[in-house]
Design a protein around this ligand. Sequence first.
Ligand SMILES: [Zn+2]
Length: 169
Amino acid sequence: MICPFCRHDDSRVVDSRPAEDGAQIRRRRECTECGARFTTQETTLLNIVKRSGASEPFSREKVIAGVSKACQGRPVNNDDLALLAMRVEETLRATGQAEIEAQEVGLAILAPLRELDEVAYLRFASVYRSFSSLQDFEGEIALLRAAPSTPASNNSLIKSTTAVTSSGK
Ligand SMILES: [Zn+2]
């Protein structure tokens, strides 16, 4: 991304957030040469490849639909779900890949869902990972107890998004 002030071609991302439709990402950048800050709106492709081989654009609504069943009766509101879907999208976009397997979407859902609600997480994981026995649940619960969830810091998110290559130049 070229600095609009000094034309230097390297900049650091200081903030990053998806725009409303999710297909665009707004980044606050800082020029590594002159230190000027500027905002870019970048269009990034993100397609989800299904097991059948068909692909479709990533949709936050589908993420929400996928987890809302697991969240039934739990103290999780629409804002929580919207935030979760946003974090999933950020995680997937941070991989820098334009195409992501559907399986990866499920994986990206697990961590933020666990932070949101452990019961909903267990329900989702049981379907997603095809738990087939009580032992599977016991094993997962033991893991939950052994490693309390720690929210990812904003810093690590920003660091990972700097690796994203966008289609816009
Ligand atoms: Zn500059």
